[in-house]
Unconditional design. Structure first.
Length: 285
C-alpha cells in the first residue's frame, strides 16, 4: 500500500484539488494523510479536516517542509510513502506503476515521476548528484532527464517523491534543520549513501503548478532560507572546493546589494553575507 502525504501551509483550495484529482483516479490500495502546517488562512485547517477519506495532522505552527512531512510519515501505514506537494494534480493512474517499480527493483530506495507544467512541458524533476557544477548547469537551462525508460539518478524532486518507508526511517527521514529547499536533495544523498538507488520514472507523469503555494513572488524569508539551505547542503555533501567557491560567489553577489535602495534586498543581502562568512549557525535545530 502507498501512503500519500500532502503538506499544506494555507492555500487549502490547492490541497482540495490535489486530493480530489488523486481520489478521482484511484479507489483503493492507498491512504491519504494531510498535514496542515500551521495555516493562518481563514478556513484552511477546517477545509483540511473536512476532506473525505483523509487523515489529518494539525501542526500548531509552520515547522518547515521536512518536519511536516516527517509528521505525516509517522502516521503512514503503507510500505511506500509518496510525498506530494499540494500544488500538484494527478492526470492519470500513477500509484500502481510506482508500486510495481519498487517491487521490481528492491535496491530502489526512492523514485520520482516526471513533473509537468499545466501545458505538458517538463519541469526539472530529477538529475545527477548535486555539485556546484551540476547545480549551475541546471540553473542555466539544462532540462530535467527527459523521456525514456526508468533510470538511476542522483536526486528526484520533493514535489512528488516516493520512498520506501523502511528506508526513509532508516536514514532518519527529512533533515528537519532545513526549513525549506534542498531537503529533498539531502534525503536522496543520504539514501544513496545507505546503499540504495534513486530512480527517475519518466513514464509516470504528475502535473505540478510550481510556485502555486507562493503567489506574488518570493518573500525575503524564502530567499534567505534558500541560501541557508544551500550552504548547509554543501557543508554536508559538498567538496572543500565547492564550499569555498559557493561562499565566494555569495559574497560577490550579495555584498553589493547591502547598499540597495530596497530595504528588503538590503536585509536579505546582509543575512546571506553573514552566513557566507560563517557568522550564522547553518546547522540550527
Amino acid at each position: 500500500m502507498i501512503s500519500v502525504v500532502i503538506v499544506q501551509h494555507n492555500h487549502a483550495a490547492l490541497t482540495r484539488s490535489a486530493v480530489e484529482s488523486l481520489r478521482a483516479r484511484h479507489t483503493q490500495g492507498f491512504e491519504t494523510i494531510v498535514v496542515d502546517n500551521g495555516s493562518t488562512e481563514p478556513g484552511a485547517r477546517e477545509t483540511a479536516g473536512a476532506l473525505p477519506g483523509c487523515r489529518v495532522v494539525l501542526n500548531a505552527d509552520n515547522q518547515g517542509f521536512g518536519r511536516a512531512n516527517n509528521a505525516g510519515a509517522r502516521e503512514a501505514a503503507g510500505d511506500i510513502i509518496l510525498f506530494l506537494n499540494n500544488d500538484t494534480r494527478i492526470p492519470g493512474i500513477v500509484l500502481p506503476a510506482i508500486e510495481e517499480h519498487f517491487a521490481r527493483f528492491p535496491r530502489c530506495g526512492a523514485a520520482g515521476p516526471r513533473l509537468a507544467n499545466p501545458d505538458g512541458t517538463a519541469q526539472a524533476s530529477a538529475g545527477a548528484p548535486v555539485t556546484l557544477r551540476t547545480l549551475w548547469t541546471m540553473k542555466t537551462g539544462h532540462a530535467a532527464y527527459g523521456d525514456g525508460p526508468a533510470r538511476e539518478c542522483g536526486w528526484v524532486s520533493g514535489a512528488a517523491m516516493a520512498v520506501r518507508k523502511d528506508v526513509f526511517h532508516a536514514v532518519g527521514g527529512f533533515d528537519e534543520r532545513y526549513f525549506m529547499y534542498f531537503e529533498d536533495i539531502d534525503l536522496c544523498a543520504r539514501i544513496r549513501r545507505a546503499g540504495y538507488e534513486i530512480h527517475f520514472l519518466p513514464e509516470v507523469t504528475i502535473e505540478h503548478l510550481g510556485g502555486g503555494s507562493q503567489p506574488g513572488g518570493l518573500s525575503p524569508r524564502v530567499r534567505t532560507e534558500y541560501r541557508r539551505s544551500q550552504i548547509m547542503y554543501f557543508l554536508a555533501h559538498g567538496s572543500a572546493v565547492d564550499n569555498l567557491v559557493l561562499r565566494l560567489y555569495l559574497l560577490a553577489r550579495f555584498l553589493p546589494q547591502r547598499v540597495s535602495r530596497s530595504a528588503e534586498n538590503r536585509a536579505v543581502a546582509s543575512t546571506v553575507v553573514s552566513m557566507a562568512l560563517g557568522h550564522h549557525d547553518e546547522h540550527r535545530a
